[in-house]
Design a protein around this ligand. Structure first.
Ligand SMILES: [Zn+2]
Ligand SMILES: [Zn+2]
Length: 240
């Protein structure tokens, strides 16, 4: 009830425009996108066929077999999944999270339930993909750490923001960079600072968006070199 009043007051006093179509966002829990734009966004509810390892979308129909895209064969993590495709409401939400620390209710719910419905229930630690010091100072926060914190708070799985660090500042991945260029730019970019906190752990690595998988694979490599038993990946969005 209070939420309803709050939402209608919000629409009256501060009609926020949908960042995609400019219609008004009637429900504050939808965040930066309107209901119609959320409807257009592909959310993975388990009906579709995804790559069994990296979570790439393969087809809208379910499959009776474990299916692999094979682009991810060389990646060092064990499995990855995302809330949905990087499009419409999800891409707008990811971009928003790079500017503001506020995470809308709908996004939070989708993120936490994606984890709860995943095969990652043996996770013992949640670790955000770190930013370089330079980018952290520019932005003032790490969007992956915000997501990791939400997940840890809602599920009770321990959060570890200290053990994995980004050693070098790598230029932002640009659209048009091929997978090889992305992989080279993040190779050796990460280090484990406290190996004894990683050893024997099953780690859920959290990031905002999974593009080529080069970044998370590079993180998974150092985590495993330092004794991690398994490394899973959870992101808000998966590049189409
Ligand atoms: Zn819209
Ligand atoms: Zn794959």
């Amino acid at each position: 009830m209070l939420q309803k009043i709050y939402d209608s007051l919000l629409t009256l006093t501060y009609p926020q425009a949908c960042q995609i179509c400019q219609n008004s966002v009637e429900n504050s829990s939808d965040g930066v996108a309107c209901r119609a734009c959320w409807k257009k966004t592909r959310i993975f509810f388990g009906e579709e066929t995804l790559c069994h390892k990296c979570g790439a979308f393969l087809q809208a129909k379910p499959s009776n077999f474990q299916t692999f895209c094979h682009h991810c064969d060389e990646h060092f993590y064990d499995a990855a999944c995302a809330v949905g495709s990087y499009e419409h409401a999800l891409s707008a939400s990811v971009l928003h999270l790079k500017r503001e620390t506020f995470v809308a209710k709908r996004l939070k719910k989708l993120f936490v339930s994606r984890f709860q419905n995943s095969a990652f229930q043996d996770t013992t630690k949640v670790v955000p993909v770190p930013l370089s010091k330079k980018r952290f100072l520019e932005r003032g926060f790490n969007q992956a750490a915000i997501l990791a914190k939400i997940l840890s708070e809602q599920t009770g799985v321990a959060l570890d923001e200290q053990s994995l660090a980004r050693r070098v500042h790598t230029p932002m991945h640009r659209v048009g960079m091929d997978n090889k260029a992305r992989a080279t730019s993040v190779k050796n970019a990460f280090e484990v600072k406290r190996a004894k906190f990683i050893e024997g752990e099953t780690i859920l690595l959290v990031d905002d968006v999974f593009t080529s998988g080069a970044t998370v694979s590079s993180c998974a490599k150092v985590l495993k070199e330092n004794g991690a038993r398994r490394v899973y990946i959870l992101t808000l969005a998966r590049a189409v």
